[in-house]
Ligand binder design. Structure first.
Ligand code: 1CP
Length: 346
């Protein structure tokens, strides 16, 4: 049967007249309906672990905008929690976790086969979504990449320069590498269950890949991605995978080939023309409008949206932002972006 879903067609390398569209963090605080459901759930983690409500917020941007893909509503930090880390969110500040800074901290983690006890509600959310999504909408499952997840598990919070994770890497490499391995193995099991539950595409978020330089990038961003992708594809032949080594710069070049990813998501620190010439030559790319246009809108939004579409029009492309939409974004600007892409309207 010929593939109908536009995202799956693009991921197979097809060049479409209009690129399929979705948006990182499309279910989020910029939407009033999200804020209402989150209030109903009580807090962010309760929302993630409530399959009905998590499915509801996943569906909200699909109903409002008709995006071509829905991304499972969850968080990259649920896996650390499933591995035994304490996790909580401080309102207005972000996530906090217990920290791993030495062998004893690593030894206290749970084995990988115990993660599903915590993560079962997430698979249930995926199941609900695969039944309830419109037939043309692709369901994307996801996890953080091992390096990015490790930066939070080591520092206990988000950091500007990932200093604590770099320090552990440089000062206690055996523990750092053991942690990365544990996360890699957990990620494979977590994502595999998402696929079994109905996820059609997997995205791996390496939000902090840009702070790994030279050999470190290859060992701690590229190699783990390659291992996860190879194992998932062995278990689920034909599964399309999007990799997002954010701010990888020149390291975007050849990343898809080296890791086996079907698509590389591009952040907005590189120009779409550069990415078309150097990354899209190898296959599908996703990106890369600056998310600030969702706040500022106006003629700039229309012009820059057209620039991204034009740059990538000769190859397979999934339209997205270069990073997540922010809570101060205006929902009307999202509609304007979509209209610009689909109808050429302004
Ligand atoms: O207050 C709220 O409602 C929480 C805000 C929020 C949301 C909406 C967080 C906390 N996580 C999420 C959902 C989420 N996170 C999704 C699913 C929904 C969607 O995209 O529509 C996804 C894919 C993520 C992924 C995620 N979480 C990443 C990778 C992508 C990226 O943004 O770089 C990262 C780094 C996180 C950690 C995290 N979770 C939440 C916050 C505020 C952060 C960033 C923390 C920091 O570094 O300071």
């Amino acid at each position: 049967m010929p593939e109908q879903k536009t995202i799956l067609r693009a991921l197979k390398g097809e060049v479409l007249d209009t690129p399929p569209i979705w948006m990182m963090r499309q279910a989020g605080r910029y939407l009033p309906e999200y804020r209402a459901t989150r209030a109903e759930a009580g807090d962010f983690l309760s929302l993630c672990y409530n399959p009905e409500l998590a499915a509801e917020v996943t569906l909200q941007p699909i109903r409002r905008y008709g995006f071509d893909a829905a991304i499972l509503f969850a968080d990259i930090l649920l896996l650390p929690q499933a591995l035994g880390a304490d996790l909580w969110f401080v309102t207005g500040e972000g996530p906090r976790l217990s920290t791993i800074t030495d062998q004893a901290g690593f030894d206290a983690l749970k084995p990988v086969d115990e993660i599903h006890e915590t993560l079962n509600p997430i698979y249930e959310t995926v199941g609900i979504l695969s039944r309830e999504l419109p037939k043309e909408t692709t369901l994307i499952g996801f996890a953080g990449a091992p390096w990015t997840v490790a930066t939070y598990m080591i520092a206990g919070r988000g950091t500007k320069d990932q200093g604590p994770a770099h320090a552990l890497k440089d000062e206690n490499r055996p523990v750092f590498e053991a942690l990365l391995d544990r996360i890699t193995e957990g990620t494979i099991e977590y994502l595999s269950k998402q696929v079994e539950a109905g996820a059609e595409v997997i995205k791996i978020f390496d939000s902090w890949a840009g702070s790994l330089k030279g050999d470190d990038f290859d060992r701690y961003a590229l190699d783990p991605a390659k291992r996860i992708i190879a194992e998932l594809k062995a278990r689920h032949p034909g599964l399309p995978i999007i990799a997002f080594p954010r701010e990888a710069g020149d390291k975007y070049i050849g990343f898809a080939k080296a890791t086996g990813a079907d698509c590389v998501a591009i952040d907005n620190s590189v120009s779409p023309d550069w990415a078309a010439a150097h990354v899209q030559v190898d296959g599908c790319v996703q990106g890369n409008l600056d998310p600030r246009h969702m706040v500022t809108g106006g003629d700039d939004l229309v012009r820059e949206t057209r620039r991204v579409v034009a740059a990538f029009k000769n190859g397979p492309h999934i339209f997205n932002l270069g990073h997540g939409i922010t809570p101060d974004a205006d929902p009307d600007n999202v509609q304007r972006m979509i209209d610009t892409i689909r109808d050429g309207q302004s």
